[in-house]
Write a protein that binds this ligand. Structure first.
Ligand code: PRT
Ligand code: ZN
Length: 286
């Protein structure tokens, strides 16, 4: 029988949409009708399990799923023995300590002898230990931000993204203790056959990620400044130069990261480049 790999993705929540779009951008087709817990691809040897994110690290370490997509916060908190295969660059957030806005804060010793509510007792416990702080940790599973106002704890440790939830609850962020983004995790004892499929998937994910972080740039340049322009946008091997119908001008095509583009735009214009077009790249294999 041909091998097939199983990937666990969040059923519905902040990770779901980006996880599924990444898989689709890898050219993998599947059906994920609402309420389905399992689905298989029609054109790649992969099967999907749709789960709560809290369960993903455990399913992958037990081998029920071979791969999973989960936030690093959840992965480290669950403390399961899995391999991190790739950082995925989405669902970025931080785990921070916060206290009521009106409180004076002069450093981490503020928390000595205080109580802190969190859904991340392990990450918080490890952090406090590393800082030599002894505080009481109240583990709660949701709505952590209301804990200080109802008298459950003096501070909180929760996920922050824009900071607006803290603000709305009269809290201020005082320490960032952990940075997180979505990661692709894998079981530690995959068979050779499964590893070969995982490699194919990683190859595709890398091509998608590389494509996203690079742009295809086209511009017109007077032939006299081609050397200067080529030096600014060297491209993958070297830029493509095509003559324009108008004598003395060329079209230059190159690939560069968006940052490189913005860094060099003034230089390009100063060298006489015009008609500059920046086009997204869908996949990139180098
Ligand atoms: O149902 P299931 O258990 O699968 O989902 P969940 O409710 O546990 O998790 P979900 O979908 O909310 O988040 C999944 C993952 O997304 C988290 O584990 C993080 O890795 C990541 N992530 C990114 C976030 C946020 N941003 C985020 N802003 N997770 C939660 N939040 C919450 C946070 O808890 C707080 O209540 O948003 C609020 C803060 O946001 P700001 O923008 O107001 O600061
Ligand atoms: Zn969860």
């Amino acid at each position: 029988m041909n091998s097939i790999i199983r990937i666990a993705v969040q059923k519905s929540g902040r990770l779901s949409e980006d996880s599924l779009s990444l898989i689709k951008e890898c050219g993998i087709k599947f059906y994920n009708g609402t309420g389905k817990l399992k689905s298989a691809s029609t054109n790649f040897p992969i099967e999907f399990l749709f789960l709560r994110d809290d369960d993903i690290p455990g399913y992958v370490s037990d081998g029920v799923a071979d791969l999973g997509i989960v936030g690093e916060n959840e992965l480290v908190e669950k403390d399961k023995d899995v391999t991190v295969l790739k950082k995925l660059g989405f669902s970025k957030c931080r785990l921070s300590l916060a206290i009521p806005k009106g409180e004076e804060y002069e450093g981490i010793s503020y928390f000595d002898g205080k109580s802190i509510a969190t859904s991340y007792p392990k990450i918080l416990g490890d952090y406090l230990k590393s800082q030599n702080i002894s505080a009481e940790i109240h583990e709660i599973s949701g709505s952590v931000e209301i804990a200080p106002s109802i008298g459950l704890a003096q501070g909180i440790c929760d996920i922050v993204s824009s900071g607006s939830t803290l603000m709305m609850n009269g809290l201020k962020e005082v320490e960032e203790i952990f940075k997180s983004e979505a990661v692709l995790i894998g079981n530690k004892s995959l068979t050779e056959k499964k590893l070969a499929i995982v490699d194919k998937l990683l190859f595709r994910m890398n091509a998608v990620q590389k494509g996203k972080s690079n742009k295809y740039v086209l511009l017109n340049a007077p032939n006299a400044s081609l050397d200067k322009i080529i030096a600014l946008i060297p491209g993958m091997r070297s830029p493509t130069i095509l003559p324009l119908a108008e004598e003395g001008w060329s079209s230059v095509h190159s690939v560069l990261s968006e940052d490189q583009f913005w860094e060099n735009i003034e230089g390009l214009r100063a060298a006489g480049a015009e008609g500059i077009l920046v086009v997204p790249i869908e996949k990139m294999v180098i």
